[in-house]
Design a protein around this ligand. Structure first.
Ligand code: GLN
Length: 249
């Protein structure tokens, strides 16, 4: 009997020391006094580089989350496809990357409330009269950003050859060089890219409707609630509208 009690005590002690390997964001943040946002800073106006700095709509939300917790914000810039594995490994504390809620991802992460309604759009050269809408993409060469919902959407198109790029910007460059026929990309970055390039256009028909949300590791309910309360407070205080004006108009 004594032996069993000792055994149980040892197990409790060991699991207490290692924290059972749980990916506990709030505990980590309290210890390190810093919270780490993971993103792919090539997605204007949500996240982009200006010199050494990473700025954007998502960065402002992330700053509010850090402020609420009373810690500093650190940003890790990485490939979009690497974000969920990094979150699961505890290398970052949350993802703010214009990441759309979808079922597949929700198996591995928890999503906050949606904070932005977006869509996938088609970008072509202005002088391309052949591609007028989604139905004309069959058997075409289509550029997408690797691991995104645009990538997923493109893979449904019959006979299409899908070319995967690290960033939307690189896909646009190959479109302009005549290497591909169209690019499928999120609506807002698409608008930003088209603004700076006279020779390309966005087609009117959207392919999807999706919602961006902050992703946190599973089993972090308390942290998720904090993230949702920050989003709600930003909406109530008018801060959210101010940001929409700042980044989208
Ligand atoms: N919204 C898209 C997705 O979630 C693309 C996001 C991005 O490239 N940063 O897949």
């Amino acid at each position: 009997m004594k032996k069993i009690i000792y055994f149980i005590l040892i197990i409790i002690m060991v699991s207490g020391l290692t924290g059972c390997g749980k990916n506990d964001v709030l505990k980590r943040v309290e210890k390190n006094k810093v919270i780490v946002m993971g993103t792919n800073a090539a997605f204007p106006p949500f996240e982009y580089r200006e010199g050494e700095e990473i700025l954007g709509f998502d960065v402002e939300i992330a700053n509010k989350i850090a402020e609420k917790l009373g810690v500093e914000l650190k940003i890790e810039d990485m490939q979009f496809k690497g974000l969920i594995p990094a979150l699961q490994a505890g290398k970052i504390d949350f993802i703010a990357a214009g990441m759309s809620i979808n079922e597949e991802r929700a198996k591995n992460v928890d999503f906050s409330d949606g904070y932005y309604e977006a869509s996938q759009v088609i970008i072509t050269m202005k002088d391309n009269t052949e591609i007028q809408g989604p139905e004309d993409l069959k058997n075409k060469k289509i550029g997408v950003q690797l691991g995104t919902t645009g990538d997923e959407e493109a893979s449904k198109i019959e006979g299409a050859e899908i070319i995967k790029f690290d960033t939307g910007f690189m896909a646009i460059r190959d479109l302009q060089n005549g290497k591909i026929d169209a690019v499928i990309l999120d609506s807002e970055p698409a608008k930003k890219f088209v603004e700076g390039n006279e020779d390309i256009q966005i087609l009117p028909n959207e392919l999807t409707k999706e919602y961006y949300a902050i992703a946190v590791p599973k089993e972090n309910e308390e942290f998720l609630e904090i993230v949702n309360s920050v989003l709600e407070e930003m909406k109530e205080s008018g801060e959210y509208d101010r940001l929409i004006e700042k980044y989208f108009e």
